[in-house]
Design a protein around this ligand. Structure first.
Ligand code: CMC
Length: 443
């Protein structure tokens, strides 16, 4: 007989024993509620700031084994997809669960292409941003604004509506991203060219000037496509968690994706590739690497592009990106920052500080170096993360909406503030303590 799939807990406060079922290697923290010190007690609560050991959903989309450095979309290893698939085919796989046959792939491509245009009012809306607005800020605002254009998106339980919003968002994301870039340059927006591939069209909308047809370099077009495949989903990361949390209120997907883009903007998430380049530029040359490594070890800043909440091994995406870098440099010429990055990696991976904490290069360590070689300004780097992640966000959103176990996300807290106090008239209040470590100074 196999071992029993349960956990027996003894509450030493009361001496009572409780049996809690284990399913898929997890317990339901709601089961802990029945563990009470007294009848008035609300029950035991799990405390997990930053959700480091809490599963918030059951998912069939992306599998990560962080210790082994494995990443699979719907069961397909990332290495195979990066080598053999295209971004739009991978997006289909992520959204629909299976690789398409030729007919379905064609229909999917046509459906995405049909939605690459944006309403002229969206363009005017974007014109309102200041000339130096960060493109991620523009993206957050504009994606959120799309909800006012597509009011049918509120029908989140309608399959056809979900399909339509998914095509619209995957289709429009490059158009809006490219417009954000052109806006910062004071250049006119470029209409999509639907004869080009997904990434070819994006490059055209970024770079087209007076030529009638823009011809993307095939090596750069493919490199971008591979980078898009690598960024298409990554299970319950910060932005996907933000998306699921916001979408759990049953708001439309544009509002939920705007929240996800906002989460992605932060330097610890999608903003890390921008931070990596700033760090490499500050280091300046490979001989200065040891001094910087010492700084990072002392906690004076972080080695950006290193470390990951889940990967305790080399991020499999970083390995692929390192290869893509060589192909891109064949066209653009070498980005000199690569030498500093390689030296950082070499020294860090021999240093006990990084080895003992299992800090390895993550997806952002080398991606920025490629983007910079391709001529993207630093501020566009997180945007290049957001475009392909849209497929993952939409798949995660649809999974959430269809999951009967999901409810509005509403975590608990451990209240450590004052208990009930009497209101003090203003003239009788004591002088507040303004020292920085004082509890009265909270912001
Ligand atoms: N440089 C130096 N030390 C680090 C780094 C780093 N990049 N990352 C973690 N550590 C140390 C950290 O100080 C801590 O040390 P100690 O145990 O002595 O206090 C230990 O390693 C564990 O770190 P943590 O902050 O508890 O780990 P976390 O899981 O909360 O953070 C992380 C994960 C990605 C936010 C963090 O590794 C980091 O800040 N990395 C740099 C930013 C970065 O590259 N972000 C991109 C992540 S991948 C793309 C994405 O998903 O968006």
């Amino acid at each position: 007989m196999g071992a029993k799939e349960s956990l027996t807990i003894t509450d030493n406060r009361t001496g009572k024993q409780y049996e809690i079922p284990i399913e898929n290697g997890t317990i339901r923290t709601a089961d802990l509620k029945k563990i009470k010190a007294s009848p008035e007690d609300g029950g035991l609560v799990g405390y997990d700031p930053a959700l480091t050991n809490t599963a918030t959903c059951k998912s069939r989309i992306t599998y990560i084994d962080g210790d082994a450095g494995i990443l699979r979309y719907r069961g397909y290893p990332i290495e195979e997809l990066a080598e053999k698939s295209t971004y739009l085919e991978t997006a289909y796989l992520i959204v629909k669960g299976e690789l398409p046959d030729g007919k379905h792939l064609k229909a999917w491509q046509n459906n995405i292409i049909a939605h690459t245009m944006v309403h002229e009012n969206i363009k005017r809306f974007m014109d309102g941003f200041r000339y130096d607005a960060h493109p991620m800020g523009i993206l957050v605002g504009t994606i959120g604004a799309l909800s006012t254009f597509y009011t049918d998106a509120k029908d989140i339980f309608d399959l056809e509506s979900r399909r339509l919003q998914t095509r619209r968002l995957i289709g429009k994301m490059p158009t809006i991203a490219a417009a954000a870039y052109r806006h910062s340059r004071g250049l006119p927006y470029v209409y999509p060219d639907n004869n080009l591939s997904y990434t070819g069209n994006f490059l055209s909308m970024l770079h087209k000037m007076t030529e009638l047809v823009y011809k993307p370099d095939p090596v750069l077009e493919r490199a971008l496509d591979v980078l898009f495949i690598l960024h298409a989903d990554h299970e319950q990361n910060c932005s996907t968690n933000a998306l699921r949390s916001v979408a759990s209120s049953q708001v439309d997907p544009y509002s939920a994706v705007a929240a996800a883009v906002a989460a992605l903007y932060g330097p610890l998430h999608g903003g890390a590739n921008e931070a990596v380049i700033r760090m490499l530029m500050e280091i300046g040359s490979a001989d200065r690497v040891p001094a910087y490594i010492d700084k990072f070890k002392k906690g004076e800043g972080r080695l950006m592009g290193f470390g990951h909440r889940v990967y305790k091994n080399y991020d499999p995406r970083a390995k692929i990106i390192k290869r893509v870098a060589d192909e891109v440099f064949g066209v653009t010429g070498k980005n000199p920052l690569i030498d500093i990055a390689l030296e950082l990696e070499r020294i860090a991976l021999q240093d006990d500080y990084f080895v003992s904490r299992k800090l390895y290069p993550n997806v952002d360590f080398y991606s920025g170096i490629i983007y910079q070689a391709m001529g993207f300004p630093l501020t566009m780097f997180p945007v290049l993360f957001a475009i392909p992640r849209t497929a993952g966000w939409m798949a995660q959103w649809a999974e959430l909406v269809r999951d009967s176990e999901q409810k509005i996300t509403r975590p608990r807290q451990v209240y450590i503030g004052e208990q009930v106090r009497d209101y003090i008239p203003i003239e009788k209040r004591p002088e507040p303590d303004m020292r920085e470590d004082s509890v009265s100074v909270e912001i």
